[in-house]
Design a binder for this molecule. Structure first.
Ligand code: URA
Length: 437
């Protein structure tokens, strides 16, 4: 067997000489081996990737090697298994709505999710705002709940793609996060390890996302589809707008409240329509019917209350207070509330999602450091969206926090985030593109 030298890998990548699959497997093995490849050499290789890139074959090999660095799940269920992944955004509570709809239509969704990162929210934090609910489930309990409710949401375990865990922590502190092949391998190694047959990727694009423009987002989607293809998975990617927050609420309990509004029947809203479209796409991928049939099935799951029933079943199964599905006021918002009012007449021409996400963190809805505790009741409710006409004095949004001083800080940031123009802005669709493998 050929010898492996990390220095040789650094040199080759720096000079744009492709690495063999063997070299990539050895490199990934060395991340978690004892003794591991030193961080300074891994960091040098990561920086070489940022400047020189990796080709498709190298990206697929890196993804598979990282997938195999830990547990690779196999579900023994009597129906199709689907998953959805968002590359991270502001106000993205899609999983909370999509999973119960899909489950109510006979498709299983065993979901592994993460916490918020920087200005972007995380499904686990949102769910933990439900009194009593735990996302730390032992594997047997997780599987029984998936069998009963059709879905369950657990915190991603440390044994899922552990090489990514270590590499991601290193990327975070060496300015090597924003490389398309590295992002692709990081996300797809975890997605492929969670074992779904049908995967829907929601690639966010815009100021509040990792990918700031459509060209980069399309390239990331293309790489992720190629990695899924190389592993024989059915995969679709959509590019969605993250120049504005998704929906009207940003935070934790407040986003669960908004998810309940949709599951109670509000599918005419932009968020509701988006979730129905995504659910229909996953149902179509899982072979439940044509696009039109799946759309009708998803709408019926909401209108009949079946999706809400599944949501209640999941909450109760994870130890949470399922009465919130009848009474969303049981999800308490923080006691200090302030409104932000329009300073002039005009049209809302921008609601910069990154600043809105950062303001939510200042209010207490996210973490500034890993050790910070979240105030689940903190957050923002938008009262208008891009393109709406406003008059001076109209309430543009409401902020919730535990302390007045947090409202002061967030208010200053939110004033920068909301732009009121004299002209009506053009309408930007929420879904920019749709790709399948
Ligand atoms: N999310 C991930 O899991 N990894 C990345 O590299 C970026 C976003």
């Amino acid at each position: 067997m050929a010898a492996f030298h990390i220095g040789e890998c650094i040199r080759k990548t720096k000079q744009r000489i492709p690495l063999s699959e063997f070299e990539i497997r050895q490199l990934v093995h060395g991340i978690t081996a004892e003794p591991p490849i030193p961080d300074y050499q891994l960091a040098a290789w990561l920086m070489a990737v940022c400047f020189s890139g990796l080709n498709d074959a190298e990206t697929a090999a890196l993804t598979m090697a990282m997938r195999d660095s830990g547990q690779v799940m196999r579900w023994e269920l009597d129906g199709p298994v689907a998953d959805k992944h968002s590359t991270g955004g502001v106000g993205d509570k899609t999983t909370l709505i999509l999973a119960p709809i899909v489950a109510a239509c006979g498709v299983y969704m065993p979901k592994m999710s993460g916490r918020g990162l920087g200005h972007t929210g995380g499904t686990i934090d949102k769910l933990e705002s439900i009194p009593g609910l735990s996302t730390e489930l032992v594997p047997d309990d997780f599987l029984s709940l998936v069998k009963k409710a059709g879905f369950a949401v657990a915190m991603q375990t440390g044994n899922l793609a552990p090489a990514d865990k270590k590499l991601y922590a290193l990327r975070d502190v060496t300015e090597t996060v924003d490389s398309i092949p590295l992002i692709c391998a990081s996300i797809m190694s975890k997605k492929l390890a969670t074992g779904a047959d049908h995967i829907l990727l929601d690639v966010k694009v815009g100021s509040g996302a990792f990918m700031k423009n459509d060209a980069d987002a399309a390239e990331l989607a293309r790489r992720m589809l190629a990695a899924a293809n190389a592993d024989g998975r059915d995969c679709t990617a959509i590019l969605t707008d993250m120049d504005r927050p998704l929906g009207m609420c940003v935070g934790n309990a407040i986003e669960v409240q908004e998810a309940l509004e949709v599951l109670s029947g509000d599918i005419a809203s932009e968020l509701g329509g988006f979730c129905i479209t995504l659910a229909a796409e996953l149902l179509r991928m899982a072979g439940r019917g044509s696009q039109a049939e799946c759309l009708a099935m998803a709408e019926k799951a909401v209108a009949s209350g079946a999706a809400m029933e599944r949501f209640a079943m999941m909450i109760a199964g994870q130890g949470g207070d399922a009465r919130i599905t009848d009474n969303s006021a049981l999800l308490k918002l923080s006691s200090c509330m302030r409104t932000l009012k329009a300073e002039r007449n005009g049209w809302i021409s921008a609601m910069h999602s990154e600043e809105i996400g950062r303001a939510a963190v200042l209010l207490g809805a996210g973490r500034m450091t890993k050790a910070d505790a979240i105030d689940y009741g903190a957050g923002i409710r938008l009262c208008c969206k891009n393109g709406d006409a406003v008059r001076q004095g109209d309430v543009v949004l409401k902020m919730y926090a535990a302390k007045e001083s947090q409202l002061d800080e967030a208010e200053a940031m939110l004033r920068q985030a909301i732009v009121i123009a004299a002209e009506q802005p053009p309408t930007v669709p929420l879904i920019h593109q749709h790709y399948s493998n």
